[in-house]
Design a protein around this ligand. Sequence first.
Ligand SMILES: [Zn+2]
Ligand SMILES: [Zn+2]
Ligand SMILES: [Zn+2]
Length: 83
Amino acid sequence: MNEGLGSAGISAVRDGAAFSCRDCAADIDHCHGTLIEHRDALAECTDPQCVSLAGDRHRLVTACAELDDCGCAQPEIEYLTAS
Ligand SMILES: [Zn+2]
Ligand SMILES: [Zn+2]
Ligand SMILES: [Zn+2]
């Protein structure tokens, strides 16, 4: 009864960990969300569980100017009010 030897019973591939990265493996504090930097030096992350908005925790950092739905991406025409 040598059944089970060499068959495809090895489940080393963890399907649930499809989104793993080197930082995950190294247990480094990091975030998989995209950090969005706004003009007024504020920042936000697309990951609601993000605990810190430090830029070096994020592999993906984008300026909000590249987003269409951010209000501060629109250039304010302040000089029009100057009289
Ligand atoms: Zn990771
Ligand atoms: Zn913005
Ligand atoms: Zn984050």
